[in-house]
Design a protein around this ligand. Structure first.
Ligand code: FEO
Length: 409
């Protein structure tokens, strides 16, 4: 990676992580991810959200400082927008190399930094409205946006260029090789980062949708011309694109999303699998988009992204030992934890000795406060009869009609 110029006196310093890494130890990165840090030069220099290779080695960052003619010892301020180790893991190395600097951080961030790093460095606590003057007409102004995604999160705004260093807000997955600015992206690349934003949002930010909406309201009051996030492209031709996208995604937590149904299915002996075709036929008959994911074969990160942007969820799973097919129970529990709420839903499936899947489904949905509104389920013993498959087709069609009515209202 090379350093690049974001605006007058502002540089992006970045590293990519590859698909061999599980983000946060669990999320697949089929297309990798970029980690962005920013250098702001006035008479004094500040670095915002350092980056390090995944094993904590910040050599990439130091090499890029070199490219823009700076030494580690030229950095006067380190701005911690949030304390998550992908952006702060380099602090120990940095503080061993230089001494004359201050770390600007929120009060909550200070607690976390001390717990994670036990560093003896000069911290200065900042809060919303505080600023630091770098000289030469450069100021950095801070605004707290707690819980997007850590409790200590803030954004940093540079008024002369209108650059918002937005931390995890407005981030995307997807490694970036060579074209880090939105005006360099063609239509296909733009669609790619839109999808990677959905995956990033659903996996990392979804649980914090209310704080995200509050943060967007704050951001909209600032004269923002450039969005410079911690992950993903820098938006300087059309920052509204990513702000609007995030607003839409955060809104999906409260109510209807796209006119789309995510079908999740798992089957032990192939009996519940027989319901997949009629479910899809029913959805298609109403012209509703669907995405199909087999459980447990599909990674939960992919399922979350699909479910988050769907207004409807169709579940096909059997009973297993008096309860729900266990991998589906795990998926539903994770959907609940990520607050995939207010969906229209249908459940179908087979049982052999007794029922039990439906009881566990109701328990999970209630415990996780998911507020899913279900059509009457279709359960059958052993293999489905022709009339049961026809009933499933009709129920799927009814789900599709409800999804269209809700999403297009
Ligand atoms: Fe770069 Fe909350 O992460």
């Amino acid at each position: 990676m090379n350093a690049s110029r974001v605006a007058d006196g502002i540089f992006r310093l970045s590293a990519n992580i590859g698909s061999e890494i599980l983000f946060e130890g669990m999320w697949l990165l089929p297309h990798g991810a970029s980690m962005n840090s920013y250098l702001v030069k006035g008479e004094q220099a500040a670095i915002i959200d350092g980056v390090c290779d995944w094993d904590g080695v910040p050599e990439t960052l130091y090499a890029q400082l070199d490219e823009v003619g700076m030494n580690v010892s030229d950095i006067r301020y380190v701005i911690i927008n949030h304390t998550e180790p992908d952006h702060t893991g380099w602090l120990r190395s940095f503080s061993a190399l230089t001494g004359d600097f201050e770390v600007l951080i929120t009060a909550r961030g200070l607690e976390l930094a001390k717990a994670f790093y036990d560093l003896e460095v000069p911290f200065r606590v900042v809060k919303s409205g505080d600023s630091v003057d770098l000289g030469g007409g450069r100021q950095l102004v801070f605004e707290e946006i707690p819980n997007v995604h850590w409790p200590d999160t803030m954004v940093t705004f540079e008024p002369a260029t209108g650059t918002l260093f937005s931390c995890d807000a407005f981030g995307t997955f997807g490694a970036i090789n060579g074209a880090p600015y939105d005006e360099q992206l063609d239509e296909m690349q733009l669609r790619f980062f839109e999808k990677e934003a959905l995956r990033y949002y659903a996996n990392i930010v979804a649980r914090f949708s209310q704080p995200t909406l509050a943060a967007i309201a704050k951001v909209r009051k600032l004269p923002v011309r450039i969005i410079a996030p911690g992950h993903g492209p820098v938006w300087r031709r059309n920052p509204e694109f990513i702000i609007d996208l995030y607003e839409r995604l955060a809104g999906y937590g409260k109510g209807p999303a796209k006119p789309k149904v995510t079908l999740l299915w798992g089957s032990m002996y192939g009996n519940t699998e027989k319901t997949v075709a009629p479910l899809l036929e029913g959805l298609a008959a109403e012209g509703v988009e669907s995405a199909v994911h087999q459980v447990p074969q599909t990674h939960i990160g992919t399922i979350l992204a699909s479910a988050w942007e769907s207004t409807g969820i169709a579940l096909a799973m059997p009973t297993y030992e008096y309860q729900m097919f266990p991998p589906m129970a795990a998926v539903l529990d994770e959907l609940g934890r990520k607050q995939v709420r207010n969906k229209l839903a249908l459940r179908v499936g087979s049982f052999g000795w007794s029922g039990g899947a439906q009881r566990e489904l109701e328990e999970i949905v209630a415990r996780q406060k998911m507020h899913w509104q279900f059509l009457e389920p279709v359960e059958f013993r052993g293999a489905p009869a022709a009339e049961e498959l026809e009933l499933i087709r009709r129920r799927a069609r009814e789900l599709a009609r409800q999804v269209k009515a809700a999403a297009l209202a």
